[in-house]
Design a protein around this ligand. Structure first.
Ligand code: IPD
Length: 314
């Protein structure tokens, strides 16, 4: 019910309030000598994890276990530690304790905790909090999306998304006027990196030789890689990025972002144009997000989505 979602949203905000000061402490102390054991090896040099990721996840997970009886939990570090966490229809909290771990290690302030709740595999509550910038993004299904500060009431003191920048409400028919976020991701094998580099080139290329004959010419205004799926998605929700595309993000990177973008009037679809259920979207590791547009139905234009998908995968 609406009241249930409302109380789950408040609980998710309380988790962000709990985690924020810890993330900030880690961020501010990362260069002190006693923190030299900061890095815990995970995948490769592009797939980092720190003691802080583990610490935050442990605290958040314990809080969920004690307050949300019967709910499931999927967390980045829990999965990394080898625990089985399959996505089922049960209410499931899907959490990335520190999204943008590489940024966290380098002191680049695009870092956020991402807390999503999926019910029947559909994201219904999302909270993303960047403690360095004190930006709290919140949404519950059917109740709109907001950005506020952590100690504010999002609906009363926050701003509803998308923000009304001059360009944001314009229809987006094609990628040629778009500011697009993409990522090189953390799997850096030759095959993966080649495919991503080709996609980046397709989106950015200006020279006519890059176009397939007969296709509408055009290139994106610009491409950005923030190093965090959650913050890339929040730039889409605000209307700052027109699109975000990535092959590689996990369900904890995107669960909260999906509902916040949807509640801001944008859409999140499979990055390769396949028809997928929400469950498949969550675990499919292939997303394309498009900001709200001023179409009659208030949704991002199918033309823009199709144009971006063509350019990305051609
Ligand atoms: C990663 C970041 C990165 C994205 C990867 C994610 P992490 O999450 O969001 O921008 O490219 O797909 O896994 O490792 O920083 O939590």
């Amino acid at each position: 019910t609406t009241a249930d979602l409302e109380s789950f949203l408040h609980f998710a905000i309380s988790l962000a309030q709990l985690a924020g000061p810890i993330i900030l402490e880690g961020f501010n102390s990362r260069f002190t000598p006693e923190r030299s054991a900061l890095l815990v090896k995970k995948g490769n040099t592009a797939d980092l994890v720190t003691e802080w990721d583990q610490k935050v996840e442990k605290i958040v997970r314990a809080e969920i276990a004690s307050k949300m009886k019967g709910h499931c939990f999927i967390g980045e570090e829990t999965v990394a530690a080898g625990e089985e966490c399959g996505l089922t229809n049960a209410p499931t909290w899907i959490v990335d304790p520190i999204d943008g771990t590489t940024n966290f290690v380098h002191g680049f302030p695009f870092v956020a905790i991402s807390i999503g709740l999926a019910i029947n595999q559909e994201p219904v509550v999302g909270v993303i909090y960047n403690p360095m910038m004190n930006q709290l993004f919140t949404a519950a299904k059917g109740q709109g999306a907001y950005v506020s500060k952590i100690d504010e009431n999002p609906r009363e003191q926050g701003r509803r998304l998308p923000l009304s920048y001059p360009h944001a409400p314009l229809p987006l028919q094609d990628i040629s006027m778009a500011l697009i976020a993409g990522e090189y991701g953390s799997s850096r094998g030759t095959k993966d990196i080649n495919a991503r580099t080709v996609s980046m080139r397709n989106l950015a290329a200006v020279e006519p030789a890059a176009w397939t004959p007969g296709r509408k010419a055009g290139h994106a205004h610009g491409i950005r890689c923030l190093g965090t799926a959650a913050m890339n998605m929040m730039c889409v929700a605000q209307g700052q990025f027109d699109m975000y595309w990535e092959v590689g993000p996990w369900e904890w990177d995107i669960c909260a972002g999906i509902i916040i973008i949807r509640e801001s009037g944008g859409v999140v679809v499979d990055g390769c144009g396949r028809e997928v259920t929400d469950g498949e979207l969550l675990i499919g590791r292939r997303i394309l997000c498009v900001r709200a547009c001023s179409d009659e139905d208030g949704n991002s234009s199918p033309e823009a989505i199709a144009a971006a998908q063509r350019k990305i995968i051609e």
